[in-house]
Design a protein around this ligand. Structure first.
Ligand code: HEM
Length: 530
């Protein structure tokens, strides 16, 4: 056999003799395949935590590859969760995921570890290695210790709630009008882009101030960055963790993300410079220094207070990534649930009228919309962002049963109590007043509120990393729904898809859902005149 001309992919037979050089030059393809197989097996083996070997495994990898197990996770994570709940009811177990082997824990145990200093939500971001890709710097900043976004969401954003109800309502009126129109004729539309534009405009009013909120280029960057970043995360999730930083350029959405990131800097830099110039000029003239109350300014203040650096564009895109998709999603989910329950929609309209007539656009009005609050919490219960919460283990941690989980591993917490018949009656049924009813029961007034987290409702997570933006998000959602429900009639478009989009533990509303809407002829209350 003339080895130099061989094109077969077989290994050389013993009769043909053997030399390493020959193998490299001629049989390089099978040789390389062999290396890759050995490396990936070593990788699978090395990434599995030796101390956890005694835990059962719900979808163990094959001897040579974890591809099948990862596919199972990606396409049917919820089925795996259900199976494991039956098989391993009161013990931790292992699951193969797109980010390696993780330790799964049942909801009940989370109460005991929820405030552990060694478990981090944002620490899971660097584990996925996406943040090493150009354009994903905002995700990298999310994973850094003491990220300013947490501080700002907890402190400044929540403090601001008293002042922003009326401005947010004005912005929603504008956004609803341009996205849904003023016509009394029915029109059909894919609802998610319209809702994303509404939430982008609302949050921009608070994050970047009035001037940029009406800047179309800024809004386009914001919306596209979050959509493409999410799509890129899903595409890259299919590749092994360790090769992600090297093959990102194969995915067009990654290149777009980098492009939007660059454009965000170009839009924001002149605004920041203009503000600096105004402040300097005022100081030099002995005039009061202008005060801006938005996240562009909060980041300057907080970075000084915490003696750390910051980048305006990075920070703004971080806030958008954590805020925009999640808020838009819940807005769509509850709107679709209400369209399917017209009597609940009318009851909420009645509540809005009753409350706004008394309170006007004050923060207290939003607190008093208890049925609306309940509808949001109920929709979130049935379609939370994550079907299993995530925590990066930043120092060795002992689980309630004594299992030691090593630093660098990852824990996921099954959120099944949100649909457990022992916790909720008819858990699969959407019941608008489920949580307003709960609020009327002594001792449960607090538990039934949208912003309250517990092991029975992980919609905003739970414990020391529970979503710090939830108070703002709750207000934003209620204001948006006041406008959508009071001003428009709604129907589902015939035959429209409604099924939830699931990818591993991530869940999202359907991006293709179509609705029909028209401006209502007679309204109980003109909410723009309040
Ligand atoms: C409906 C809208 C939202 C939903 C459903 C949502 C949901 C969540 C969830 C499930 C977590 C993980 C919590 C955990 O694992 O315990 C989280 C974390 C976080 N969210 Fe939200 N979120 C929303 C809006 C926002 C907004 C508007 C902001 C800020 C402006 C925000 C900022 C954050 C931050 C900074 C974290 C990380 C907290 C930490 O690691 O300590 N979120 N969110």
């Amino acid at each position: 056999m003339n080895v130099t001309s061989s094109s077969t992919f077989g290994f050389p037979s013993l009769e043909e003799g053997w030399s390493p050089q020959g193998l490299m030059s001629v049989y390089s393809v099978p040789y390389l395949i062999g290396i890759v197989l050995v490396m990936s097996t070593t990788y699978v083996w090395s990434t599995s935590n030796a101390s956890l070997k005694k835990l059962p495994h719900v979808n163990p990898p094959d001897f040579f590859s974890n591809t099948k197990a990862r596919l199972q996770y990606r396409n049917s994570a919820n089925t795996l969760l259900q199976k494991a709940r039956k098989q391993y009811p009161n013990q931790p177990y292992r699951m193969t995921t797109d980010y390696g082997e993780v330790v799964m824990v049942q909801s009940e145990w989370f109460e005991e570890i929820r405030n552990s200093q060694h478990l981090s939500f944002l620490g899971t971001v660097p584990q996925e290695r996406i943040c090493e890709i150009p354009g994903f710097e905002p995700l990298a900043a999310l994973g850094e210790d003491g990220a300013l976004v947490q501080i700002i969401a907890r402190k400044q954003l929540t403090k601001m709630l008293n002042q922003v109800t009326a401005p947010l309502s004005q912005e929603t009126a504008f956004a609803a009008s341009i996205n849904l129109g003023e016509s009394g004729e029915w029109r059909e539309l894919v609802i998610m882009p319209a809702l994303r534009d509404i939430t982008a405009r609302m949050s921009s009013r608070v994050f970047v101030g009035e001037e940029l909120t009406r800047n179309d280029e800024w809004l386009s960057i914001l919306k596209n960055y979050t959509v493409d970043a999410f799509n890129a995360l899903n595409s890259l999730a299919k590749c092994p963790v360790y090769i992600r930083p090297y093959i990102y350029w194969l995915f067009p959405e990654c290149n777009r993300v980098r492009n939007y990131y660059g454009r965000a800097k170009e839009v924001l830099d002149p605004i920041m410079k203009k503000r600096d110039d105004m402040k300097r000029a005022a100081l030099e003239a002995g005039q009061p220094v202008p005060v801006f109350n938005d996240a562009l300014e909060w980041i300057v203040q907080e970075s000084k207070e915490h003696s750390c650096g910051y980048d305006t564009a990075t920070f703004q895109l971080i806030i958008s990534v954590v805020a925009l998709n999640t808020t838009t999603d819940l807005l769509q989910t509850v709107l679709i649930d209400l369209i399917q329950h017209p009597e609940a929609m009318q009851a909420i309209r009645d509540e809005i009228v009753e409350v706004l007539k008394v309170d006007g656009w004050k923060k207290s009005a939003l607190y008093n919309m208890k049925l609306l609050d309940s509808a949001l919490k109920e929709s979130q219960r049935l379609c939370p962002v994550f079907s299993a919460m995530r925590r990066a283990v930043e120092a060795d941690t002992v689980l309630p049963d004594g299992t030691r989980v090593k630093k660098g591993s990852r824990i996921h917490i099954d959120t099944h109590r949100m649909v457990d018949p022992e916790v909720y009656r008819n858990p699969e049924e959407w019941q608008c007043d489920r949580f307003s009813e709960m609020r009327s029961q002594p001792g449960k007034e607090h538990l039934g509120q949208l912003v309250t987290t517990s092991v029975d409702h992980f919609g905003f997570g739970h414990g020391s990393h529970a979503c710090p933006g939830r108070f703002f998000a709750a207000n934003e959602l209620k204001i948006a729904l006041c406008h959508l429900l009071m001003k428009y009639d709604w129907e589902l478009a015939p035959g429209t898809p409604l099924d939830i989009f699931r990818f591993g533990f991530t869940q999202r509303a359907n991006t293709a859902t179509k609705v029909r809407c028209r401006r209502r002829e007679s309204v109980e209350l003109d909410i723009d005149a309040i």
